[in-house]
Design a binder for this molecule. Structure first.
Ligand code: GAL
Length: 945
């Protein structure tokens, strides 16, 4: 079989994708990303008023079609809401609180915070008249969680899971040639997992337009069988007919090779499905001498499915796929393309420093690349289906994947999650195994677990027959799930006797779905419980858990075990075991939440990677510890390593396979050097040098990971006067950016309670005690008159619209808490009169130039506490008896501008994630700190690729 160099493939794909997007014919299918410019506000989980009066209507959206109320109605005035782009996670924006959720990283939002558990998103889109006749749908990749979606005031449905993608057909509700309103109410008041999950629309949203006759959501299934040097590809496609066409159709399926060349095509004639029916069609295509998908050469083919109706192409649907074989063997482990491959895996959750779960696509590539650099070849999506872009990154970069759904059961709730995951993901060559559960302690060892596993496993097979099923098990490996699951998933050597289980179930393949759960703080070499510091030396963390080295020695030396998945590749928010508050992230990662390496990464590079590796630890800045013994470890795959302190040899040692080397060294400042030998020859060296004090800031860009050339990861560090990285530096750095924006900052410190994001805070303040008086003239005053104190009545109460006064004066008040002149205060007026004048604290205010119903309130007329608002207006007339008249004067918006972005370094490092404003313009990022030389970098388009 042929192979192609992966980087070339990747670039070629980027090129192809751009061409194809360009070539997409509008009459076939359009998929339009609608992530930009959503309006957002927090609501409230039980206080209806704070939830903008939603679901209060006598007839609300479940009673009558199109009766969505509050923000769900298209008439709702959202001008005072914040504008943001997706993906968005509102939890990461919040501060920390000891009373918040331990498992979710102590952010003061979500469960237990009713005022921060509901998020409202609104967006207006226009749909042209020319789209009449098309099927228009909204496609969400994932919303955390329990979302309700409305379109033009029509309720579309509820999606409970925070991890499934879903689509809604909105064709019947569209306002063609005009504006359409999408509203999403997200309820994150309940958690699904026991780890940070974020909240909001944290994955992409698309507007999709197809012809009535079209390929359904996730409607293709491509499998291949390799016979000698050829692959027989089966391309199954599900076509739905949402129109009235009856008669012949042609289904043309074409395969493009990794270079984009058309290599084979088939055509089938069929009858169109009946109205609203879906029918599956299947084609067989032959690929001679295929480029196999492999972890080192991740070759991807594309299947283009076209539907022809009366000679015209009405749909064109693309499926990326790979040709490869997978096999689990109970004696010899896992095989990819017929070759044994030990799985060197990590478990991971989906959040990242600074941005929570709202990862731009580029960050998926950044993270998968970091794992590959560590020597890892497999990724377990614990414990939920990932965002589609993660799987795309794994397909393109060559990373095997276990795709997992969590809750075990046999009812629609459970099986539908499983079905959605498999149907969405089954064409990804990177996925080699489905996982249908993890550590289900209640059922693992009993007959209920056995029964459920049998159903879920069989059900999974009915949707995808090409991959096996596993479950991660932790409470003993014997009966229950363990005895029936196809691939035994051992969660931790300490939880049972793996060899004994294997001897009892000799025909059942197995792998370590979790191993490790070791603790380490990056850059820390002495455990100090008072500071919540866990030393980074790889040691057995708890009596029933083992070090990474112990784990790998066990798995590496047992051919029957397909491999192991470390808990975890990256630290994540939540589960700060062995500590609690104020630790807010886990300590388990081989890398911290930013992706900065802890020392274990170098153990893995040594024994997982293919390159010679050598790493010496710890750093050599131990001022005050002169003469004391320090543990010096070397991770390497060299045959021998010799250690030198200030050029004096401290001895040469032989490296044991899958081991590491240790010395005890009395501390003297200077240079600690390790030299690695292979076959008696020096091949590598690594040093740790005592540095001087921090002198200058250094910013550097991660150049390689950016695919869309839009988001970038910047490393922040400080150097001494010789330019050496200072390992223990903890300076606070302030950032400024031009031509782009900062998405988030982090530093990998599990106890950091610093802000992840610096964004303007928007507070919506109601106008209270709204009262009115009749005025006998239509002429509106330019100065606030004195009104009799006795004649005020509740505004609009008992208004007789047939006998209205010439004009009315309304008064109300709004409260400004902690007011200062830096806050920007705006009154978003809602029409309650024809002609109006507005007075705030007795001063007449004028409406703004940009919006005649917005009043920008100057700080010199505002005060702390109660402020008065008078509106004098000629009345609106009620034309028809059933006209609903507005009685709401509007809302006060208080904007507190954010402080400048800052972050402390943690043991020498911090990270800034930046996004370009416009791809053609450079971004300029500056970093400054007291007593240090500043640094500014300019990131132009070229530097991103
Ligand atoms: C496992 C569990 C993981 C994580 C880990 C922490 O039992 O499957 O999700 O909680 O423990 O040690």
């Amino acid at each position: 079989m042929k192979t192609i160099f992966p980087k070339e493939i990747l670039l070629y794909f980027i090129f192809l994708i751009s061409i194809c997007t360009f070539a997409q014919n509008k009459s076939e299918r359009e998929l339009i990303l609608i992530d930009k410019e959503w309006r957002f506000s927090l609501g409230h989980s039980y206080d209806k008023q704070k939830d903008f009066g939603h679901a209060e209507g006598y007839f609300s959206y479940l009673a009558k079609t199109g009766f969505a109320d509050g923000p769900a109605s298209s008439q709702f005035d959202d001008r005072a809401w914040r504008i943001l782009d997706l993906p968005h996670d509102w939890i990461v924006e919040q501060s920390f609180s000891e009373s918040a959720s331990y498992s979710h990283g102590f952010k003061a939002a979500g469960k237990g915070f009713p005022e921060k558990s509901i998020g409202w998103y609104r967006k207006k889109i226009s749909i042209p008249e020319s789209d009449q006749g098309k099927i228009i749908s909204l496609k969400f990749d994932g919303v955390f969680r329990n979302s309700k979606v409305f379109f033009n005031g029509y309720f579309l449905g509820t999606a409970e899971s925070g991890y499934n993608g879903f689509e809604y057909d909105v064709t019947s509700y569209v306002n063609y040639g005009g504006q359409n309103t999408i509203v999403v109410r997200v309820d994150a008041s309940m958690e699904e997992g026991w780890f940070y999950e974020g909240a909001g629309i944290y994955r992409h949203v698309y507007l999709q337009k197809t012809n009535p006759l079209h390929v359904i959501e996730n409607g293709t299934y491509v499998t291949s069988e390799i016979k000698t040097n050829n692959a027989e590809v089966s391309a199954e496609v599900s076509i739905e007919n949402k129109g009235n066409y009856k008669g012949a159709i042609e289904i043309i399926q074409t395969i493009l090779d990794p270079s984009g060349k058309e290599i084979t095509s088939s055509s089938e004639n069929a009858l169109a499905p009946d109205f609203y029916k879906t029918v599956k069609y299947s084609s067989k295509l032959k690929v001679n001498n295929p480029f196999l998908w492999d972890i080192d050469s991740p070759n991807l083919y594309r299947l283009v499915t076209q539907i022809k109706q009366e000679g015209k192409i009405v749909d064109r649907y693309e499926t990326s796929f790979g040709i490869r074989t997978i096999k689990f063997d109970p004696e010899n482990g896992f095989f990819l393309n017929g070759k044994a491959l030990k799985l060197k895996g990590t478990n991971n959750h989906q959040d990242h420093a600074g941005i929570g779960t709202a990862l731009p696509d580029e960050l998926q590539y950044y993270r998968i690349k970091k794992l590959k650099e560590m020597g890892s070849n497999a990724y377990r999506c614990s414990h939920n289906p990932p965002t589609p872009e993660l799987l795309e990154a794994c397909d393109k970069l060559g990373m095997l994947v276990i795709d997992e759904t969590r809750l075990m059961g046999i009812n629609e709730y459970h099986l539908d999650d499983l079905k959605r995951m498999i149907e969405r993901d089954r064409n990804h060559p990177s996925i080699f195994c489905w996982s249908v559960g993890n550590e289900e302690w209640n059922i693992e060892g009993n007959i209920v677990g056995e029964r459920i596993t049998n159903v879920m496993q069989g059900f999974a097979k009915s949707i995808d027959s090409t991959r096996p099923v596993t479950v991660g098990i932790s409470s003993g490996f014997k009966s229950g799930i363990s005895s029936v699951v196809e691939i035994m998933g051992y969660n931790y050597m300490g939880n049972g006797d793996i060899d004994a289980h294997r001897n009892e179930f000799k025909s059942q393949p197995g792998m370590g779905t979790e191993e490790g759960s070791t603790f380490a703080t990056r850059g820390v070499y002495f455990t100090d419980d008072t500071k919540h510091y866990q030393s980074a030396y790889d040691r057995k963390p708890r009596p029933t858990f083992y070090s990474i080295e112990e784990g790998w020695k066990f798995y590496a030396t047992r051919p029957y075990l397909a491999g192991m998945f470390i808990w975890t590749g990256f630290d994540y928010r939540g589960e700060p075991t062995p500590y609690g508050w104020p630790s807010v992230t886990s300590y388990f990662g081989m890398m911290d939440v930013c992706g900065f390496s802890k020392d274990n990464v170098f153990y893995l590079k040594s024994w997982w990677g293919n390159e010679p590796a050598l790493h010496i630890m710890p750093h050599w800045n131990w001022s005050g510890m002169e003469g004391q013994e320090i543990d010096v470890w070397v991770h390497s795959n060299c045959d021998e390593v010799e250690l030198f302190l200030n050029k004096k040899s401290l001895g040469k040692k032989k490296m044991e396979q899958y081991g590491h080397l240790e010395w005890k060294v009395k501390y003297t400042p200077g240079t600690l050097e390790a030299i690695g030998y292979k076959n008696g020859k020096k091949i590598l060296s690594d040093i740790q040098k005592t540095t001087e004090n921090p002198e200058a800031i250094k910013l550097s860009i991660d150049k390689e990971n950016n695919v869309n050339a839009n988001v970038s990861v910047i490393t922040v560090e400080v150097t001494d006067k010789k330019g050496l990285h200072v390992p223990m530096a903890n300076n606070e750095i302030t950032f400024a950016i031009k031509g782009g924006k900062i998405l988030g900052v982090g530093n990998g410190n599990p106890t950091s309670l610093e802000k992840d994001q610096f964004i303007d805070e928007i507070l919506l303040t109601p106008i209270t005690d709204f009262e009115e008086q009749k005025v006998t003239t239509e002429i509106l005053p330019q100065q606030l008159p004195v009104y009799s104190d006795n004649d005020w009545t509740t505004a609009f109460k008992d208004r007789d619209y047939k006998k209205q006064a010439p004009s009315y004066v309304y008064r109300g008040q709004f409260e400004l808490k902690d007011y200062s002149a830096i806050k920007n205060v705006n009154f978003f007026y809602k029409k309650i009169g024809v002609e109006v004048v507005v007075f705030v604290n007795g001063n007449k205010v004028n409406s703004s130039a940009e919006d005649p119903q917005k009043y920008i309130l100057n700080s010199n007329i505002l005060k702390e506490g109660e402020n008065s608002l008078y509106i004098i207006a000629t009345p609106l007339q009620k034309i028809k008896d059933w006209d609903v008249m507005n009685t709401d004067p509007g809302i006060i918006q208080v904007v507190t501008p954010s402080k400048p972005w800052t972050r402390q370094l943690f043991n020498g490092y911090a990270q800034v994630i930046i996004q370009k404003e416009n791809n053609n313009k450079p971004v300029i990022l500056s970093a400054s700190a007291k007593g240090l030389k500043s640094h500014t970098i300019t990131i132009s388009g070229k530097e991103y690729l």
